[in-house]
Design a protein around this ligand. Structure first.
Ligand SMILES: *[C@@H]1O[C@H](CO)[C@@H](O)[C@H](O)[C@H]1NC(C)=O
Ligand SMILES: *[C@@H]1O[C@H](CO)[C@@H](O)[C@H](O)[C@H]1NC(C)=O
Length: 226
């Protein structure tokens, strides 16, 4: 008992020593942006949002559906009264898991902030298929970017992202979710064969006809292609 209590106390100490506050400004200079738009955080860190303009939110979504609330972490709308001298609203949450977290601003009036690229991520892998940049492109309706990233992820994982795992079309490779469903992205279109990259084209759908050429040897200084 004594021993396990000591372990718990020292674990708590380690947490409290390493926990940090990570500051993010929302709507700096009236822009539709989080600054910085992505952060790296440890479990136990808090992300502290300071709302400086308009009427923004920090609303959790998923990589597959950047502009759709996932029913998770949500600041609600934080209205900034520019005529008031009170301090701007501040809101924070503590990071309690290591995998990437995805967020957007849910404001749609008078413009859709998410579709203007107002998204935010925690612990996105900049070098993987699910980077902040790809997430932001998807939010802005560029579904082809996400499709090619998912195809690359599927081929890297040696599996096919079939969407069979559930209605959301998300399968996992044990580390990151691989998205395979794009039809419901706002502004997105069903992927077509031509936007699939990184996968083997199927024999029936490939539009490519590769002309066959033979090299004919006509001596040391002549090569002729027919
Ligand atoms: C903030 O935006 C939300 C969503 O558009 C709206 O319902 C709410 O009334 C706005 N708040 C203020 C004070 O304008
Ligand atoms: C965060 O965003 C910056 C600028 O868009 C980018 O250079 C960086 O790679 C991103 N980091 C991650 C973790 O995606």
């Amino acid at each position: 008992m004594r021993f396990s209590l000591a372990v718990q106390v020292s674990a708590a100490l380690v947490l409290s020593v390493s926990a940090a506050d990570i500051q993010v400004v929302v709507g700096a200079g009236g822009q539709l942006a989080f600054s910085p738009p992505n952060v790296t955080a440890n479990i136990g860190d808090s992300i502290v949002f300071q709302f400086q303009s308009k009427n923004h939110s920090v609303t959790q979504s998923t990589f597959a559906h950047p502009c759709t609330p996932a029913g998770g972490i949500d600041s609600g709308f934080q209205f900034v009264d520019s005529t008031s001298s009170t301090l701007p609203p501040q809101w924070s949450f503590a990071v309690d898991s290591a995998p990437p977290l995805w967020f957007f601003c849910a404001q749609t009036n008078p413009a859709n902030h998410c579709q203007n690229g107002m998204v935010f991520s925690v612990n996105a892998n900049p070098d993987g298929p699910e980077s902040f940049a790809v997430f932001q492109q998807a939010a802005m309706g560029n579904a082809a970017e996400v499709e090619s990233a998912a195809a690359a992820a599927a081929s890297a994982a040696g599996s096919t992202a079939s969407g069979a795992a559930g209605a959301s079309g998300v399968t996992t490779d044990g580390v990151n979710a691989i998205t395979s469903s794009f039809g419901s992205l706002t502004g997105g279109a069903q992927p077509t064969a031509s936007v699939l990259t990184g996968g083997e084209p199927s024999s029936t759908s490939s539009p490519l006809v590769v002309a066959k050429k033979k090299k004919i040897w006509r001596g040391p200084s002549q090569e002729v292609w027919s």
